[in-house]
Write a protein that binds this ligand. Structure first.
Ligand code: ADP
Length: 269
């Protein structure tokens, strides 16, 4: 467990004397510790590609100056590292935008089916290159409306589908299932449920509760190799929370994983 932190507050009281009260500031202390950890993590994540860039710039100015083949190779690496920084900054901006809006209830009617289809279209070339087929399992069909921020919905599904493609085994299928009018014990009314299922390596149970933490990765080498920022699932969790929904992760190591987003259905129009 965590150690409890206490603040001592003193205040003068009428008639003389001092009122001393104790306040449990554990949450405050933890929040500021988390903020420090976050800043340290961000700095580290940015510094890695930046160090590589600076190193290659030096090499290009010196030893590799007259070697066309080396120049090509180094430029390709520099492009990849700059791309990594770019993704990291975009993900950080998304995260801070979602956090800033956390208390604002989204109010547009958004068809989840269309957002899922848009994400599938965007990710299809990447999936093809990885030898993965993305399929939609939606026997019912038709609109599946929720009150939402449309861009944020797209982001949820593209983050989940991209992970399923990245961590799903080559040659396997990724299935996206949609249910309408589902009941969920955590929600009062009907729900729209989207599951993203892969047949990849799966995730050991010990990691599951931590996957939505910023920069938590099961295998950081693998994640970086795949161009991951370690922020994708943290963003998903925040967006789902903002939409008063639920996010569930289930996995069978060696068999695959299922990421489920449960959102309150939009009221009948
Ligand atoms: P990343 O950019 O590293 O993919 P995410 O926040 O999207 O960051 O995911 C965090 C970690 O969760 C990943 O590094 C990976 O270890 C694990 N993970 C996410 N999705 C899957 C999946 N479909 N199958 C197996 N592991 C996954």
């Amino acid at each position: 467990g965590h150690e409890t932190a206490w603040s001592v507050l003193t205040a003068p009281v009428a008639g003389g004397g001092v009122l001393v009260s104790f306040e449990d500031t554990t949450d405050l202390v933890q929040a500021s510790q988390m903020r420090r950890d976050f800043v340290a993590n961000v700095s580290h994540e940015l510094r890695t590609p930046l160090t590589a860039l600076l190193g290659f710039i030096e090499t290009l100015k010196g030893a590799a100056r007259d070697d066309a083949a080396a120049r090509e190779r180094f430029l390709a690496i520099m492009e990849r590292e700059a791309g990594r920084m770019n993704r990291l900054v975009s993900d950080l901006l998304s995260l801070s935008r979602v956090e800033a809006e956390e208390r604002v209830r989204p109010s547009s009617r958004v068809d989840v089916l269309r957002r899922v289809q848009a994400a599938m279209t965007t990710l299809r070339p990447m999936a093809e290159a990885a030898g993965v087929t993305i399929e939609l399992d939606d026997p019912q069909g038709g609109p599946a409306e929720v009150l939402a921020d449309s861009d944020q919905m797209s982001q949820v599904f593209s983050n989940l589908i991209e992970n399923a493609v990245k961590y799903g085994a080559t040659g396997q299928r990724v299935t996206i299932g949609i249910q309408r009018e589902a009941r969920d014990p955590g929600l009062r009314g009907p729900a729209v449920v989207v599951s993203v299922i892969d047949r990849g390596e799966g995730i050991e149970a010990v990691h599951i509760p931590r996957l939505t933490e910023r920069f938590y990765r099961v295998d950081s080498h693998r994640s970086r190799e795949q161009g991951g920022t370690g922020l994708g699932l943290a963003i998903v969790k925040h967006i789902v929370n903002r939409h008063r929904g639920r996010f569930r992760i289930e996995s069978a190591p060696g068999k695959g994983s299922r990421f489920t987003v449960i959102l309150p259905a939009a009221p009948m129009s």
